[in-house]
Design a protein around this ligand. Structure first.
Ligand code: MLT
Length: 339
C-alpha cells in the first residue's frame, strides 16, 4: 500500500473512531431520549396549545398549569401555536427534543387529524408519549343573539331552508368545533358555509359581535356568554344536561339524538422522552386534577377532571387508540375526504 493510501487509510480509521466516540457521548445523556430524568425539571417547561389564546383548550391548559408548576417546582409557560385545526402545534411538539420541557395539550383533534389530512407530518401513536387524560368537555350549539330561530327544531328547519346562507364558524379542519359542525350538518342533511378561525376564542368574539351566525363549541368557552345572554344557545351535545347550564336541553331532548360529542383532552410529550419524566408529569397532572380550585373552575365551565385512573399514560394511550378508529369510521361514513 503506497504512503498516500496508508495516510488516507489512517485518516478514515480516525474519522470512524471519532464518529463512534461522538455517538457514545450523546447516548450517555439519558438512555433513549434526550432528557436528564434525574434532575427533571431544572428549567421552564413549555406547554404548547395548538389553538388561539383565550379559547377552550387554552383555558383548560392555564387552569391545570398552575398547580402542575407548583408540584414540579418549575415554571410552566403556555405557548399558543395555532393553525390547521391544531395540527401545526402538534407537529411542532412531535419534532421537539424528547427531554420533557416541551409538552402538548391536545384534544379529540389528535384522533381526527389522520382521517382529515393526507400529509399529516406526525403519527399520533408513534410520535408521542401520552401523559394522561385531563377532562372531557361537552359542546354547545350557539348562535349570534339576534339569529332568527328560537328553538333547536326551528334551527334545523331554518338551516334547511337557508343552508347556503348560514355561516358556521369553526377552528379549522379537524378541530372539535369542525367535527361537531360536520356531525350537525350530516344529521340535519345540510351543507353550511364554514368560516375557519385559528381557534374558537376569536370565533366566539365574532359570534357575539354578529359577524358569524352559528357555531358548535365547548362549554369551557361558551358558558359565560350563554349565562350572560350574549349568545343564543340551542342544545348541549351530551346525554345529560350540564349542571352549570340547567336550562339548556340535550340534543336528545331537542330531537337530534345522533348528535353526541364531547371533547376529551390529554397531555403529550415527544416520543423517546424518558419514562421517569413521563411518570413525573403524569403524577403532577393527577395532583392538579385533584386540586379543589381546578375542580371548582371546571364545574363553573360545565366540565370536570377525569378520574385519576384516566390521568395515566396507559389509559390515555388506550383511549387515543380507540378514538383513532372511531373517528376514522365516522368521518368516512360522513363522506368527508381527507385533504
Ligand atoms: C380552541 O381551543 O380554540 C378549540 O379547542 C378549538 C376547537 O377544537 O374547536
Amino acid at each position: 500500500m503506497s504512503t498516500t493510501s496508508r495516510h488516507r487509510a489512517a485518516r478514515t480509521i480516525a474519522a470512524i473512531a471519532v464518529a463512534a466516540l461522538v455517538a457514545a457521548c450523546s447516548d450517555e445523556g439519558g438512555g433513549g431520549g434526550g432528557g436528564d430524568a434525574a434532575n427533571y425539571p431544572d428549567q421552564n417547561i413549555t406547554i404548547i396549545v395548538p389553538f388561539s389564546a383565550g379559547g377552550p383548550t387554552d383555558t383548560v391548559t392555564r387552569m391545570i398549569s398552575e398547580p402542575m408548576a407548583k408540584d414540579l417546582g418549575a415554571k410552566i409557560v403556555v405557548q399558543n401555536v395555532e393553525g390547521a385545526g391544531g395540527t401545526v402545534g402538534a407537529g411542532r411538539v412531535a419534532r421537539a427534543e424528547p427531554d420533557g420541557y416541551t409538552v402538548l395539550m391536545h384534544h379529540i383533534g389528535m384522533s381526527t387529524a389522520p382521517a382529515l389530512y393526507k400529509d399529516l407530518d406526525y403519527k399520533p401513536l408513534e410520535d408521542f408519549e401520552t401523559i394522561g387524560l385531563v377532562t372531557e368537555v361537552p359542546m354547545t350549539l350557539v348562535a349570534r343573539k339576534d339569529f332568527a330561530p328560537a328553538t333547536f327544531q326551528d334551527l334545523v328547519t331554518y338551516v334547511k331552508a337557508n343552508a347556503g346562507k348560514v355561516t358556521l364558524a369553526n377552528a379549522g379542519i379537524g378541530a372539535a368545533s369542525h367535527l361537531c359542525g360536520l356531525l350537525f350538518q350530516s344529521a340535519a342533511g345540510v351543507k353550511l358555509q364554514e368560516v375557519p378561525y385559528e381557534g374558537t376564542g376569536p370565533a366566539l368574539t365574532d359570534l357575539v359581535g354578529g359577524q358569524v351566525d352559528f357555531m358548535c363549541d365547548q362549554t369551557t368557552n361558551t358558558s359565560g356568554q350563554i349565562s350572560a345572554g350574549k349568545v343564543k344557545a340551542y342544545a348541549v351535545t351530551t346525554p345529560e344536561r350540564v349542571k352549570s347550564l340547567p336550562d339548556l336541553p340535550t340534543t336528545t331532548e331537542a330531537g337530534m339524538p345522533e348528535l353526541q360529542v364531547s371533547v376529551w383532552h390529554g397531555l403529550y410529550v415527544p416520543a423517546g422522552t424518558p419514562q421517569e419524566i413521563v411518570e413525573r408529569l403524569s403524577e403532577a397532572l393527577k395532583k392538579a386534577l385533584a386540586d379543589q380550585g381546578v375542580i371548582d373552575q371546571m364545574a363553573k365551565l360545565g366540565t370536570a377532571p377525569v378520574p385519576a385512573t384516566d390521568a395515566t399514560p396507559d389509559a390515555h394511550r388506550a383511549h387515543l387508540d380507540e378514538q383513532l378508529d372511531t373517528w376514522a369510521k365516522v368521518i368516512a361514513d360522513a363522506g368527508v375526504e381527507a385533504r
